[in-house]
Every structure is written in structure tokens, then in C-alpha cells.
Design a protein around this ligand. Structure first.
Ligand code: FRU
Length: 488
């Protein structure tokens, strides 16, 4: 009898767990079909399809032997899961990296006069690491001649050996037209290395960047170098994810603005800029092969507590895909990011306001335009009084997201926090968009100059948005849309 009760209890607990899991699954953000996910990898647009790969442990809800999971989309919002693209092999696990379209078949790995897609990734050999060796990370490539469906590892791997440095990973590659070569940006402990290649198979070191720049004494990971247009100028942006050292603790994406001559990156200044100030955007990089359009996607979690969050059958989501733009503020360039315009197709008609509040089901887009630069506060809550609060404080000139009262917060001591983001814009009015999706919120303020992502875990769903503003509480300044589910 005791045994029966025990078995019954176990069944019940796992049922409750399974229910808990599904109650936190977002409806408009990408999540893995099951178990663990961290960084987005090798994101590439090809022949009308967006291919997303990601760090994946398909057999456990915590980090482990890394695979490249795969999903495809036509619009960056609705995803179709695909078979795993890259499995660990005798060289090691498949860590983060990028993918390019080798249009001119410089690698010779194409077929029938067609250039291949080439993935460039890090091999991480865990047994070497455990033996105390320093050379356990090296770069490998794989190619696809069926538009990203299946991938073959190059038999001449590794293409870049380890020179004796422990952290030597996360290659991000692009074609540099001016110097007619491939450029790889690699994270090497507390800095970046740049390499050049004509064929993606042999790489020569070009230069280093990082000493004296950015947050000191932290690990640099998942870098990305790309150019953007501002008026008639070409400006270079260098992203470098760091762990820890983020503006609101733990992992985060810092970036630099400057110039690149095919050899060396020179920043215009020493300011540390952040692609997202919230606690839950990491490993963010841009999509490949999208022309002048620059699209950014990050992992919506933080290494501080990612492996402890209260979901077990699947773990963590990616940020909404974001269009990047350069803005010039007070003599300096900054990145601005906004949700991709494809999200608009998921907007249902505007929800009516009732006494300054809106009721939504699972996911909502909430917008405000032309607010005066005064304190404002918006509460998103459930009937139990659990609440996430976002707002702006004029005295400190900070935007904020406060998740201290969001229900399930005790799985890590750093989780309950109010995150701050110093306002960058000097504009006379504030506009913002909020994407709320079951267990996450993303704030895009001042046309994306200040962006913040934060996850949370209420015990019952949040469904009410209320504007609480001292000086101005006019609901007509705001618009709220239910978002359609993008789940299959
Ligand atoms: C960043 C990171 C990368 C590494 C991958 C391993 O989150 O640590 O540097 O390639 O995750 O999963």
C-alpha cells in the first residue's frame, strides 16, 4: 500500500511538473522541443527560409554534451522544429558558432556549381579539458548542399587549431568585400582575435582587440563584427558577450562602435554600450546573409540561474528577433533594436482599456507614444497580486523592470531584482513597446535605444496590464494588442 501511495505521489509530482512546464512556455518566442537550450547559433537566411541553430542538450534539462538543434521559419516568429543538425563526435561537443553562404564556392565544398552553406563552430573536447589540457577548444566546419537540411562535417577538421589558450571559441564569420576574404571573430578568454581566410579552411591571424576595453576581468564569448550604414557612412559594430559583468549582474551583451580595415578593429571611444540592459539577454549575435538588414537574436536567460529556472521538460527561450539600426545621440553612435516588423502580422485588434487596465490572455504587445519625460509605471499582474513592474524614473533617469514580486523567485538569490537601464536618448518625449509573453517581458524604449529583457515565473498567469502614473494616467496614450500564438 505504502508503495502504491509512493508511486502515486511520484506520478502526481511529475504530472504537476509537466503542467508547470507548459504553463511557462511562451507562445510567440522560440523554445526547444524538449530539454536544454542556450545560445542561438549559425543563424542564416537562405532561399526564403530562416535557419536557426542553437546549443542544445536533447537528453537533459541542464547543460551537457552540446549539439546544434535546428529550426526553420519563413518569418522569424513561427518556427518549425527540424532534426538535430550537428552531433558531438570524437573531436568533442559542438559549441557555438556561425554559418555563411559560400556563394562562390571558395571552399570547394559545393556541388553542381552551387555554393554550399558552411557552418563554422567550436569543437570542445571535454575529456581533454578534464585532464587539465589547455588545447581542448578548436574550430571545425561542416557544410550543407541541400539548403541547410543536412550537414556533413569537413574531413580536414579542425580548420583552426588551438595555440594553447583555454578559452578559444565561438567563431563568427562574414565575407569582407573590400579585402576579398572571410573574416572570423573569435572569443579568446578576455579578448577577441580576428582571423582571415580565402577558403574557410585555412585561417591566418590578423589582430586582437579588447585589452583596456569593455568590462575588465571577465570572460568574452560569442562575438560578432558587422558593418552598418549611417547616412552615407559605413560604421562597424563589434558585439562581445561577457560573463559575468552585465549591467544587471551575470551574463550580457556589450558592444563597441568603430572602424575595421580588413585587419584591425578600432573603436571610436571607450564607452561600454549594451545591446540589452535586462538580466535575460545573452549570446546575442546577428543573422547571416540578410543583406543590409541586420537582425539580432539572443538567448533569453542568464548563466547565473539558467539551469535552475522552474521548467524541466524544456528550458529557456530566445528573444524576439530584433531589427538593428544605428542612431546618433549627442555625438555618439548607438545600436537601437526593435522587434522585427514580421511580428505585426501576429497582432490581433487593439484591446479596449477598462479603467486604465487591459486584460490579455497569454501574450500582448503594449505600446505608448509621446509620453512626457516624467515618471511612469506599468504593472502586469495576476489575481494573486503577483506583479512585474516596468517604468521610468525621472530623478535617476532610469528605465526599470522589477520582478521582485513575480511569484516563483527563490530558485536563485540573484533572481529577485529590479533591473535598471540609464536612458540614452535626450528626446523630449518617450515612446516604448513591451512584449509580454507568459513568462517574459521585453522593453524597447525610445525606438529601441534602451532595450531590456527579463523572465519571471508567476504561480498563475499574469493577465492584467495597468498604467500607474503620478503625473499622467491617460489610457489614451497607450495601445494594447493581444498577440496570436505562433506555436504549431
Ligand atoms: C555562451 C557559451 C559559449 C559556448 C557555449 C557552450 O553561452 O558559453 O561560449 O560556445 O555557450 O554551450
Amino acid at each position: 500500500m505504502k508503495r502504491l501511495i509512493f508511486v502515486g505521489l511520484i506520478c502526481c509530482t511529475s504530472l504537476i511538473r509537466a503542467q508547470d512546464d507548459s504553463k511557462y512556455r511562451p507562445v510567440i518566442h522560440f523554445t526547444p522541443p524538449q530539454y536544454w537550450m542556450n545560445d542561438p547559433n549559425g543563424m542564416i537566411y537562405h532561399e526564403g527560409t530562416y535557419h536557426l541553430f542553437y546549443q542544445h542538450h536533447p537528453y537533459s534539462s541542464v547543460w551537457g554534451p552540446m549539439h546544434w538543434g535546428h529550426a526553420t521559419s519563413r518569418d522569424l516568429i513561427k518556427w518549425e522544429h527540424q532534426p538535430i543538425a550537428l552531433f558531438p563526435d570524437k573531436n568533442g561537443m559542438i559549441f557555438s558558432g556561425s554559418a555563411v553562404y559560400d556563394k562562390n564556392n571558395t571552399s570547394g565544398l559545393g556541388k553542381n556549381d552551387k555554393g554550399p552553406l558552411v557552418a563554422i563552430f567550436t569543437y570542445h573536447n571535454d575529456s581533454l579539458a578534464k585532464q587539465g589540457s589547455y588545447i581542448f577548444q578548436k574550430q571545425g566546419i561542416a557544410y550543407s548542399n541541400d539548403d541547410g537540411k543536412t550537414w556533413t562535417k569537413y574531413d580536414g577538421n579542425p580548420v583552426l587549431k588551438n595555440p594553447g589558450i583555454k578559452d578559444f571559441r565561438d567563431p563568427k564569420v562574414f565575407w569582407h568585400d573590400a579585402s576579398k576574404k572571410w573574416i572570423m571573430t573569435l572569443a579568446v578568454f578576455d579578448r577577441l582575435h580576428f582571423y582571415g581566410s580565402n577558403d574557410l579552411k585555412t585561417w591566418n591571424k590578423l589582430s586582437e582587440f579588447g585589452v583596456g576595453f569593455g568590462v575588465p576581468n571577465v570572460l568574452w564569448e560569442c562575438p560578432d563584427l558587422f558593418s552598418m550604414k549611417y547616412m552615407d557612412k559605413t560604421i562597424w559594430v563589434l558585439l562581445s558577450n561577457i560573463n559575468p559583468g552585465g549591467p544587471n549582474k551575470g551574463s550580457s551583451t556589450q558592444y563597441f562602435i568603430g572602424e575595421f580595415d580588413g585587419q584591425t578593429f578600432k573603436p571610436f571611444d571607450k564607452e561600454i554600450r549594451w545591446a540589452d540592459f535586462g538580466p535575460d539577454e545573452y549570446a546575442g549575435i546577428t543573422w547571416s546573409n540578410t543583406g543590409d538588414r541586420k537582425i539580432f537574436t539572443g538567448w533569453m536567460s542568464n548563466w547565473l540561474y539558467a539551469q535552475l529556472v522552474p521548467t524541466e521538460t524544456w528550458r529557456s527561450a530566445l528573444t524576439i528577433a530584433r531589427d538593428l539600426e544605428l542612431k546618433y545621440v549627442n555625438g555618439k553612435y548607438y545600436l537601437a533594436s526593435m522587434p522585427v516588423k514580421e511580428l505585426n502580422a501576429y497582432k490581433e485588434k487593439a484591446l479596449p482599456a477598462q479603467n486604465g487596465s487591459w486584460i490579455f490572455k497569454k501574450s500582448a504587445l503594449f505600446e505608448a507614444n509621446q509620453l512626457p519625460v516624467e515618471d511612469f509605471q506599468i504593472e502586469i499582474s495576476n489575481e494573486k497580486g503577483e506583479v512585474v513592474t516596468i517604468g521610468y524614473e525621472k530623478a535617476s533617469n532610469n528605465f526599470y523592470i522589477d520582478r521582485i514580486k513575480t511569484g516563483n523567485i527563490n530558485f536563485h538569490k540573484e533572481f529577485p531584482q529590479k533591473s535598471l537601464s540609464k536612458r540614452i536618448s535626450f528626446a523630449q518625449s518617450i515612446n516604448f513597446k513591451l512584449i509580454i509573453d507568459v513568462a517574459s517581458i521585453e522593453l524597447f524604449a525610445d525606438d529601441g535605444l534602451n532595450t531590456m529583457s527579463s523572465i519571471f515565473f508567476p504561480t498563475t498567469p499574469l493577465s492584467k496590464i495597468k498604467v500607474k502614473t503620478a503625473t499622467k494616467g491617460n489610457a489614451n496614450d497607450y495601445r494594447c494588442f493581444e498577440l496570436l500564438s505562433a506555436l504549431q
